[in-house]
Design a protein around this ligand. Structure first.
Ligand SMILES: [Zn+2]
Length: 184
């Protein structure tokens, strides 16, 4: 095989691996209790978040809504890639930070956040997620939900406009009940 073909094959494998990592599915969620070889994006979520998602997914199904986890746990390297892409798209680090948490600060890296879809599932979760300890956090990221163990008792706290509005990302402490670190 020529070097060019080898490089193409390596790229294809890399693309396949990335797609698999970034698109954990309802199926992966179903399997996560029974298999050790699930997506790292799901498998490395905080166990309490996995349990909350499992319960919410079952309740949503009763309402005819399928919750799909589009992004879960991320490595710091993956978060850095996302942030760099956001800098390229929005023109500066400051502008990017309104959309993607800086590497080292995202709740995704702590396994405490998931991005869900489709829109219908995000809307369902915004209405019913608190019952399961799942809260929408940012107005500009309606798909982003974090574990909030106090939510079943107290409801979800008010949302922030965007991650730059979140004191947990500025080192100004935490809000009651919500786990840090945060960020989309
Ligand atoms: Zn997110």
């Amino acid at each position: 095989m020529s070097p060019a073909r080898l490089a193409a094959l390596a790229l294809a494998l890399l693309a396949f691996g990335c797609a698999a990592t970034q698109e954990p599915s309802v199926l992966a969620l179903d399997r996560m209790g029974r298999s050790s070889s699930v997506e790292p994006g799901i498998a490395r979520l905080d166990v309490r978040l996995r349990e909350a998602l499992r319960a919410a997914t079952a309740a949503a199904e009763v309402d005819g809504v399928d919750i799909v986890v589009n992004s879960g746990w991320r490595s710091r390297a993956q978060q850095a890639q996302l942030f760099e892409a956001a800098v390229a798209e929005h023109g500066s680090e400051a502008a990017a930070a309104a959309w993607v948490a800086r590497p080292g600060t995202s709740a995704h890296e702590a396994g405490l956040a998931v991005d869900v879809g489709p829109q219908r599932a995000a809307d369902w979760l915004a209405e019913h997620g608190a019952d399961h300890g799942l809260c929408r956090v940012y107005d500009n990221e309606p798909w982003h939900f974090e574990l909030d163990p106090a939510a079943p008792d107290r409801g979800c706290p008010p949302t922030y406009a965007d991650p730059t509005d979140d004191p947990r990302l500025q080192g100004r402490g935490t809000r009651s009940g919500r786990l840090s670190p945060a960020g989309g």
